[in-house]
Design a protein around this ligand. Sequence first.
Ligand SMILES: Cc1cc2nc3c(=O)[nH]c(=O)nc-3n(C[C@H](O)[C@H](O)[C@H](O)COP(=O)(O)O)c2cc1C
Ligand code: SF4
Length: 708
Amino acid sequence: MQSRYPILFTPLNLGPLTVKNRLIMGSMHTGLEEERGLRSLAAYFEERAKGGAGLIITGGIAPNFSGRGTPFAAELSLLTAALGKLQDHRRVTDAVHRHDSKIVMQILHTGRYAYHPLSVAPSRIQSPITPFKPRALSGFGIQKTIFDFGTSAWLAKKAGYDGVEVMGSEGYLLHQFVAPRTNRRTDSYGGSFENRIRLPLEVVRAIRKRCGEDFLIIYRISLLDLVDGALTWEETVQFGRELEKAGVHVFNSGIGWHEARVPTIATMVPRAAFTEVTEKFKKEVSRPVVAVNRINTPEIAESILSSGQADLVSLARPWLADPYFGVKAFENRADEINTCIGCNQACLDHIFAQKKASCLVNPEAGRELEIVLKPISGEKPRVAVVGGGPAGVSFSIAAAKRGMRVHLFEKRPVLGGLFDLARRIPGKEEFSETLRYFQVELEKVGVQVHLGTEASFEVLSQVEQKENARFDEIVIATGIRPRKLDADWAQDVRSVYYEDLLAGKVKPGDRVAIVGAGGIGFDVAKYLVSHQATRSIPLVVSVRDPALLEQRARFFQEWGITGAGERGESASELKSERTKAIYLLQRKSDRIGKGLGKTTGWIRRKELEHARVQMKSGVKYLGWGTDGFQIEVSGKAQTLSVDQVVICAGQESVRDLEKVFQEKKYRVHVIGGASVASEVDAKKAIEEGVRLAAHLNNRVGNRESGHE
Ligand SMILES: Cc1cc2nc3c(=O)[nH]c(=O)nc-3n(C[C@H](O)[C@H](O)[C@H](O)COP(=O)(O)O)c2cc1C
Ligand code: SF4
């Protein structure tokens, strides 16, 4: 079969080995690396190897204790090898090698980013994002670190890895040595450029010496720092050439220090936003280079390769979202790919909360041994699902995959529920991909979808009569509705609910106060500022697409990145095109946006600050007056000169049908927002749907009523 992505699936010789395609699974620490036995990690990688990843890079593994990100983080050293880690890693490499895929171990020394008191760095300068002040490495400490990197690589080779990736970017230890920002040493590892790059070069040489010529060495080099005090472009190029001489076979791109206040992977970052800097670097070095970040479709991956921007592409989160990304692309089934929407909610946010990474759109990720969709043997349950939002659709797909016969009822003419509203928020366009995936998958697994059909006992009975069989299970996934407020001002025609605004049922006002600053309040503010200032952003499929060039230019301008391939400095303020006032208000006196995602909340706040949205907390709502909307803050009355109030003050579950079906003696299950509506939570909704489908088993016949 001729693949639509011919370059993506052309093998490439990297020196010590040949990869079967150009599709790398990028490094992600998932939290599975810390488990005993590494069985879950092996199962997780095996699935991706089966799914077509040509080369897998593990999450960062520390070469010694001080290099660990947290006290219990994974380490591969003589000590941990003696405690059995080597055999555990062998389980991982064997699992991947069973499927004609390669795997390299990333060695990551966190340096001053470590979250423990024994952290080390070139100099005793604390990072702005960690609570611990590092100790400056002594001369002996540096020699030991080099030895530990070499040993870790040698152990990785013994465990069956095909090579290592040396983590030299994102502001970790080796990067800290290279940059004047963090290196104030006066010995032979600090000061001049030659001295600052000495440690990474000696690390690479040590690995080469310990592991030989036939062991792949990838170096993740920072091509864009997005902070002050890093290497100049000329120095970066020079550093790359020295790394080549030291023995590096492949360069992976690193974008931004962790402490940079510029988004680099979240959903508002345009697809393939940074590939031009990889292209620029590729022209300067002779080894293959890898492009990274926000490459989430095979089309865009192929366009990067075909336009000569890189030799390979690394996709990290897209492999969480769909373990079969590679096979589906190869077989020209890209429309079946469950696309990563860049939300970070179940991957990076989990890691920051010390939980294991998974994926919002694919809750099976990282839980391959825990959530198993086993085919049902014997009589297949008949299931009616009420509600075509994320919970109902996810359940339906997973249940049908197990062999259940599923009817899905949605009263609106389209599927998606809140996802269908979310995709209208500028910067959340990727949600459309999930809706496309839902549609394709529902059809493929044979779910009978009844759109524009409001479910009731009578409607379901008609289907039962037609098919001459009763439903065994009823799943209520009817979601939420905005909580209606009793206050007089909320009954005024100038007060509207967010759902009506986003669905286009009411027009946005010229000057607007948003009541409620949770996730939906932020979305509405973004919608309003963008509605007035910009257009919604189309999803692009090629790096040469003029729409992408425009998105990139706008994004770079907003965040103060001085241009593709230039060294980005600190973010500058966006010159707001918005001319009209938007207020974002909340009753609680906490900082606005406190409850937003850990890794994206700060971006969403900054975006609104850039657009001059005025945020106020500790607000009491007094009501509409002659000059606008009256509020009280810290005991002082104020009038906001607005012509519309958008209410985003929480939501309530819709589960009216639960009782109806219970009374008719059906087995009823309630999932998603219909079960708990305290917050809008697509992650919980999808996970509940898939978990219920995985656990509903051959209990057909046990027709007693009740709900779970
Ligand atoms: C949960 C998570 C963990 C990560 N851990 C690492 C890591 O250990 N080492 C590393 O070099 N990059 C790490 N990254 C960054 C990814 O390699 C990649 O650069 C980033 O996710 C952007 O690429 P993507 O858009 O294809 O996901 C991590 C990313 C995520 C989401
Ligand atoms: S949780 Fe969101 S960002 Fe992370 S892999 Fe899944 S879709 Fe992508």
